[in-house]
Ligand binder design. Structure first.
Ligand code: FES
Length: 107
């Protein structure tokens, strides 16, 4: 097990994770941030996309231990003060949804 310290959606957090745990699974299973979805598990769909230090990454391709010290933003952290992020607002205004499963990774 490895201890990791990171900031997720503006909150400092820690975790004890096995080296093989993917960031997507850490976010969903340990932090209960289930807006990050795992669609394909083969790095193709993008449903698992989150921001790590300001860059969009597929969290199914990154180990949680690699995020040690990072600033992570998930779909749960995009809206501020009850106001949708401009990308979220555009999705709503343009009805840019299909089934919605991958939408958190696109926004
Ligand atoms: S789950 Fe499809 S790219 Fe990560």
């Amino acid at each position: 097990m490895a201890k990791i310290n990171l900031t997720v959606n503006g909150k400092k957090t820690t975790g004890d994770v096995e080296a093989r745990v993917l960031l997507a699974n850490f976010l969903r299973d340990e932090l209960k941030l289930t807006g990050t979805h795992v669609g394909c598990d083969t790095s193709q769909c993008g449903a698992c996309t989150v921001h790590v230090d300001g860059r969009a990454i597929k969290s199914c391709t990154m180990l949680a231990v690699q995020a040690d010290g990072a600033d992570v933003v998930t779909i749960e952290g995009l809206a501020k003060n009850g106001k949708l992020h401009p990308a979220q607002a555009a999705f709503t205004e343009c009805h840019a949804l299909q089934c919605g499963f991958c939408t958190p990774g696109i926004s």
